[in-house]
Design a protein. Structure first.
Length: 222
């Protein structure tokens, strides 16, 4: 049975195969779906029409899931849009705790169990309006975000070194798939490094503006 229309679902994912799978699955269930490949594209769509739910990966180029949620939560007009995080990288308890702290509604690990995924979407739509989490102060958000990224960067370095050592021992015919894994890990490492640089660019002006005190929290809706 097709699901009733309750606004569109926005899926944000930079891996084409996963994006296509989720798009097809949700449309088969009767939902109106729009897609984006990074947080910046998602924000542009949200400005035109607010979705019923945002379903987003975390590690993406241009703007990742953490930044996307932060932008949604500091804007009174988008603060209560439910957000479902999908991730294979940020799955440690500390990652999930930070996601909830910044206002993520649900967290689903990859690979995605489609039955559980659809149940989560149905549940959120049934609940109606989502009450956004308490807003983090700007500096608190970026410091927590930076900590998560630094840990992931260290993990990626270990992963890359492990794959490189393994490649040295493998016969030629077994190397292609490991080369693909190495390339993916290197690309993810570079994305994380870029995000860390961007965070430093955000933190420095905040520290200059408030050198001796905690910066104020973002404005709340009246």
């Amino acid at each position: 049975m097709n699901a009733p229309q309750q606004g569109y679902l926005l899926v944000v994912e930079d891996i084409p195969d996963i994006l296509s799978l989720m798009d097809a699955t949700l449309k088969f269930k009767g939902y109106r779906v729009m897609t984006a490949t990074n947080g910046q594209e998602a924000l542009e769509l949200i400005q035109k029409e607010h979705p019923a739910i945002v379903i987003t990966d975390i590690l993406m180029p241009k703007m990742d899931g953490f930044s996307l949620v932060h932008h949604l939560r500091i804007n009174p007009e988008t603060r209560n849009i439910p957000v479902v995080f999908l991730s294979a990288t940020y799955v440690a308890p500390e990652d999930k705790a930070f996601a909830l702290e910044i206002g993520v509604t649900r967290f689903i690990e990859k690979p995605i169990n489609l039955d559980n995924f659809i149940s989560t979407i149905t549940e959120l739509l049934t609940q109606g309006v989502h009450d956004g989490a308490a807003l983090l102060k700007e500096l608190d958000f970026y410091e927590g975000y930076r900590q998560r990224l630094k840990i992931k960067l260290e993990q990626k370095a270990v992963q890359i070194a492990r794959i490189e050592r393994l490649l040295e021992t493998l016969p030629e015919e077994e190397r292609p798939s490991f080369n693909d894994s190495l390339l993916l890990a290197v690309n993810e490492r570079e994305e994380i490094r870029t995000l860390l640089d961007e965070i430093q660019d955000h933190i420095s002006p905040i520290m200059i503006s408030y050198p001796d005190e905690t910066p104020p929290a973002p404005p709340t809706a009246e």
